[in-house]
Design a protein around this ligand. Structure first.
Ligand code: URA
Length: 234
């Protein structure tokens, strides 16, 4: 790939701006300053430095974020802070898709990927991946059997939706985990509303067998290995 295209793709500037950077001698390839903005490089093999920054590149990147409360799961928002705004360099140079959004007031495990095929695999209902949430309730937990068998809620289009069987593992009177297959809009909140309770706080703790890394501070990300990714689909 041409170096000017490569750096422009990684948001170092427009093609024109990147060419200026190169002409001015800010770019080093494998230890050599270059002024040739048409130079062909192998992004995965060549070491590229722009100013002080060693350019990080992989064809596909998948991240885990410990999403904090108070930020929206969107790529852009005219008013609110988004999960994408929280991502720092080097990952901020890539375009991520959010694989299963969380509400603004929900925290925990969020997966972000540059890999379109993987995004599809994670969110496709055909793949039946369980998502586990830690839930705090207004009232003591009851009617768990009803919930486990399936309740009718409104989906994102305000249509009736019967939830698939799920698993409830109570922790104490008002705290439980719930493991569900689908990801309808406000699903967990609406499921507990259907049994006349209310979710006070919600945290996603796993997707498939991939668990939230509790050492990540709210807003922090870490790159997932192939083993981690495999755990999503187990
Ligand atoms: N269910 C909800 O109600 N909210 C979320 O953010 C995720 C699941």
């Amino acid at each position: 790939m041409r170096i000017d295209k490569f750096l422009s793709n990684l948001k170092f500037g427009s093609r024109k701006e990147v060419r200026e950077l190169i002409k001015k001698g800010y770019v080093t390839i494998n230890g050599q300053v270059t002024s040739d903005f048409g130079l062909d490089i192998s992004p995965a093999l060549d070491q590229v430095i722009v100013g002080e920054e060693t350019v990080y590149y992989k064809p596909f990147i998948t991240l885990m974020m410990n999403k904090p409360k108070g930020v929206v799961s969107a790529n852009t928002d005219p008013i609110e802070e988004t999960v994408i705004d929280l991502i720092g360099i080097p990952y901020a140079r890539f375009d991520f898709n959010i694989a299963g959004r969380l509400d603004k007031d929900t925290e925990g495990l969020l997966i972000l990927t540059t890999d379109g095929a993987m995004l599809h695999q994670i969110i496709s209902p055909n793949n039946e991946i369980y998502k586990t949430y830690l839930v705090e309730l207004r009232d003591p937990l009851s009617r768990t059997e009803e919930l486990q068998k399936g309740v009718t809620i409104k989906d994102g289009k305000n249509m009736d939706f019967l939830t698939k069987p799920c698993f409830i593992h109570p922790i104490n009177e008002t705290k439980t985990t719930i493991k569900i297959l689908e990801g309808k809009f406000h699903q967990v909140k609406r499921m507990f509303e259907a049994i006349d309770n209310e979710v006070i706080s919600l945290k996603r703790i796993s997707i498939g067998e991939l668990q939230l890394d509790e050492t990540l501070k709210p807003g922090e990300v870490k790159e997932l290995s192939q083993i981690d990714i495999g755990n999503i689909f187990h």
